[in-house]
Design a protein around this ligand. Structure first.
Ligand code: PMV
Length: 332
């Protein structure tokens, strides 16, 4: 049985990536650095089956649309080419958090798919190979192939291979990330389209690309030194710079809702009251608040009182993906 099931977690970029290099295969224009989150996950089963005449994707219990299925098929094509397989696959994937709402579901989805598909195909490859594979479909997914603190360097013209690399283990620093969930729906504009539009039309895009490397280096250093006071302001600035570039596109790419802004103000009030709290925002309306174990409970209960916050998810720095079952023991 050519089948395997894998589990992977999303990651949150502390130093953001936004924008791809002009030429080349899905290469990020800036370096990024993330934490892999324990407490949210995607579980994916891949079954290569000679009875299928096309790849099938079942996402959270329903057959997925053509666009999502084509992205999955693109990754499967690379696995088939490497393994010398011809069979199409049935892919069954489920998230334990809202899909495509800016909670980084593409990262955990394509990391879990890369691990499940290579295991199902019997490919003996390492996490670096799987990270490069996932990166070709979703840049942020490359980082979810490792646990702990993970970096993905900017692509250079002509790169044919680009994988994320671990910077520190989950045990290095017990940071906490509290997710303030502000909507359960799908986001209006996907990150791929949002960043392409930013690259093409935002006069602030060059400023973002020019300022990202110094912030990345500062954030990397603060993590290695476990220096929260150095980390926090740079994390928040990285997110606000990225969103400023997107908002300045024509027309503006605006992921924020009133609840997003309410949370940003609440985080400032929490800091003023002496709590460790810095915000980051991906391509969606939710806010993720980086904090310490001592302040996590107080931050989470304060965020739940903010108008527009539906609930909070408390996460910690977690491990990379793993294969749950393979071969005859797996069920598709
Ligand atoms: O790689 P994508 O398409 O999932 O883009 C994600 C971009 C951000 O989440 C907004 C930032 C990041 O570095 O993860």
């Amino acid at each position: 049985m050519k089948t395997a099931t894998a589990i992977a977690s999303p990651n949150i970029a502390l130093a953001k990536y936004w924008g791809k290099r002009e030429h080349g295969a899905n290469l990020p224009a800036v370096s990024s650095l993330s934490v892999t989150l324990a407490g949210m996950s995607t579980t994916t089963t891949v079954l290569f089956d000679e009875g299928l005449d096309a790849d099938v994707l079942v996402l959270d219990g329903a057959v997925a649309d053509a666009t999502s299925t084509a992205r999955v098929a693109g990754l499967l094509d690379r696995v088939r080419a490497a393994a010398g397989l011809r069979e199409h696959a049935r892919v069954v994937s489920a998230n334990d958090f809202p899909t495509a709402s800016g909670l980084a579901s593409s990262a955990s989805a394509f990391a879990a798919l890369a691990v499940a598909a290579t295991a199902a195909a019997g490919l003996e490859v390492d996490a670096t190979w799987q990270s490069d594979l996932a990166r070709r479909t979703s840049v942020s997914a490359a980082r979810s192939l490792f646990g702990g603190f993970v970096e993905l360097r900017a692509g250079r013209g002509g790169d044919t291979h680009l994988a994320a690399e671990p910077v520190a283990t989950p045990e290095h620093w017990p940071l906490r990330v509290v997710v303030a969930v502000t909507s359960e729906g799908r986001k209006s504009i996907g990150s791929t389209d949002g960043m392409l539009h930013t690259v093409l039309t935002s006069p602030y895009y060059p400023a973002w690309v020019a300022s990202a490397p110094a912030l990345f280096a500062h954030i990397r250093e603060a993590i290695l030194r476990r220096d929260f006071d150095a980390l926090g302001p740079a994390v928040e600035q990285s997110a606000l710079l990225m969103h400023a570039a997107a908002i300045a596109a024509a027309p503006g790419v605006l992921y924020w809702t009133p609840a997003t802004v309410e949370v940003l103000h609440a985080v400032r009030r929490l800091r003023a009251s002496g709590l460790a709290a810095y915000a980051t925002i991906d391509a969606g309306p939710h806010v993720k608040v980086v904090t310490t174990p001592e302040h996590e409970a107080a931050i989470a209960s304060a965020l739940r009182e903010v108008p527009g916050v539906l609930r909070t998810i408390e996460t910690r720095v977690g491990p990379g993906p793993r294969v749950l079952t393979r071969g005859a023991e797996a069920k598709a």
